[in-house]
Design a protein around this ligand. Structure first.
Ligand code: NAD
Length: 471
């Protein structure tokens, strides 16, 4: 097959491989695979210099088997309808894989955000949300956007404000978008959620002794060498959690170049330098590799593409040396490249599972907005008192006293961030085991991606079966 098939055809190819291993009715499989709605928008926006520009944007709702649909909005110059449909379909499968009760959606605005002022970006964002609202494409029970490539909490705040001003009497208006700043109903732990989820997912894969032996590695994260492409929200947080847990992040590739340290880069120093200068290049202790060095092809145990889709292709797949490829970005590996890597025995942890941390915590944010109460607010003090009573009982039984520092440490009740991280860890670990069990059930002859798609297809099929539409 040609390597030039479109992004959505690639996702469908993964779907078809998995679907062929299930016993579901072919019409049902066709319904699951199809994108349910796509909206194509063109709207005028006034620039700071007074000129008007026509902005092109899309929103795809891939599956309405569960409502609302959910998915990020990306700002990227070459985003197109096919890409948005492909990403929306990945969202459908992703939500099913990690048991988040949403259908999949995605939005894209074809702009290079670097070319616009903050005020222009605000006008573009607000106008797009106005257009989505006009077409009933947004709402807490309809379709809920989130950040993606090129967007973040600021854009989500503009979205929340626009939606609320258009729906001033709607009690749950804040649940119409996730990834918001904390002050506007966001949740502690959302910013780092995707990167932390990537870390939890890779750690879970690395904990399986026999799988690690098969690829010539020992179990565990400690000491493993990691290379990351992209140092944005996902790349930075993934790097941070790997470093904090004893892995060596030896190289990071950005658009401007690749930085390297064989003993492990200092991730906080890179972040600090980037905040101060706008680039990771020039960070003390981070050697700049020669211009054009292909970061994906560096020797390492774990490779994390965390930038864009279609970066591991038929052209470079045979030169990729990593034993584990953790797909933090959406769609980084083309279907042909996937086959090459699997054939040579690499362990690919697929995007549809691995980067689901963001949507998982978005789900928690949506629940928080609907319940209008911060997680932990009701039980934190009660938990602390219960732990203190337990510590007193231990003191009485052992006739030993805990010092104040120990009492504080052992009796701390869970706050919102603790609960979010615990829910995320449980989700990533539990879903990995579900996928791996499918792999084992089918005799261990399928890769993790196929197993993850089977997991998604089975769950979505069950929803349709409940409706009694399909046999
Ligand atoms: P981001 O905009 O914060 O960061 C992307 C980074 O990649 C930027 O620093 C950019 O300079 C860099 N980059 C772009 N092209 C590159 C190239 N060719 N080589 C090296 N670096 C390059 O975006 P993000 O939110 O971190 O998203 C990254 C990927 O993760 C995307 O595929 C996105 O769809 C996926 N994702 C993001 C989330 C989320 O919560 N943000 C959730 C799931 C999946």
């Amino acid at each position: 097959m040609s390597s030039r098939i479109s992004f959505s055809e690639q996702v469908n190819r993964y779907f078809d491989t998995a679907a062929a291993l299930t016993k579901h009715d072919p019409t049902l499989l066709a319904q699951i695979r199809e994108c349910n709605f796509v909206g194509r928008f063109a709207f005028p926006v006034q620039l700071d210099n007074g000129h008007i520009e026509v902005i092109h944007a899309w929103r795809a709702q891939h599956s309405n088997h569960k409502m609302p649909t959910k998915g990020g909005i990306r700002f990227a110059p070459d985003v197109c309808e096919d890409e948005v449909i492909a990403l929306a379909s990945l969202m459908t499968y992703k939500c099913a894989i990690v048991n988040v009760p949403f259908g999949g959606a995605k939005g894209g605005v074809a702009i290079d955000r670097k070319k616009y002022s903050p005020r222009e970006l605000e006008r573009i964002t607000r106008r797009f949300i106005y257009e989505l609202h006009r077409k009933n494409f947004i709402g807490p029970g309809i379709d809920v956007p989130a950040p993606d490539f090129g967007t973040g909490p600021t854009e989500m705040a503009w979205i929340a404000d626009t939606y609320q001003s258009l729906n001033s009497s709607e009690l749950n208006a804040m649940a119409a978008v996730t990834g918001k700043p904390i002050e506007l109903g966001g949740i502690r732990g959302r910013t780092e959620a995707t990167g932390l989820g990537v870390f939890y997912g890779v750690r879970e894969a690395c904990s399986v002794d026999e799988d690690m032996k098969r690829i010539g590695l020992t179990a565990g994260i400690e000491g493993k060498t990691v290379v990351i492409q992209g140092f944005g929200n996902v790349g930075y947080h993934t790097a941070k959690f790997f470093q904090e847990n004893g892995a060596k992040v030896i190289a990071i590739g950005e658009l401007a170049g690749v930085v390297y340290n064989a003993n492990g880069l200092d991730i906080q120093a890179l972040d600090q330098h980037r905040r101060e200068t706008g680039s990771i290049l020039g960070t003390p202790g981070a050697e700049l590799l020669p211009s054009g060095t292909p970061v994906l092809e560096l020797e390492c145990d774990i490779l994390i593409p965390a930038a864009l889709e279609n970066v591991i292709t038929i052209e470079n797949a045979s030169r990729i040396k990593a034993k584990i490829i953790g797909e933090a970005a959406n769609g980084p590996t083309t279907a042909d490249a996937n086959d090459i890597l699997i054939k040579r025995g690499a362990l690919i942890i697929p995007d549809a599972y691995l980067n689901a941390g963001g949507v998982t915590v978005s789900y928690f944010e949506w629940l928080k907005n609907l319940s209008h109460v911060r997680f932990g607010r009701l039980e934190k003090r009660f938990e602390e008192m219960a732990f203190r009573r337990l510590l007193s009982a231990v003191e009485n039984a052992t006739e030993q006293k805990f010092n104040q520092e120990m009492i504080k440490l052992y009796s701390r009740g869970a706050d919102e961030q603790d609960l979010v991280r615990s829910g995320l860890e449980e989700t990533m670990a539990g879903s990995y085991q579900e996928i791996r069990n499918i792999q084992l059930r089918l005799g261990g002859n399928i890769d993790l991606r196929t197993a993850a798609f089977i997991s998604a297809i089975d769950k979505i099929a069950l929803c349709y079966a409940e409706l009694g539409i399909f046999p």
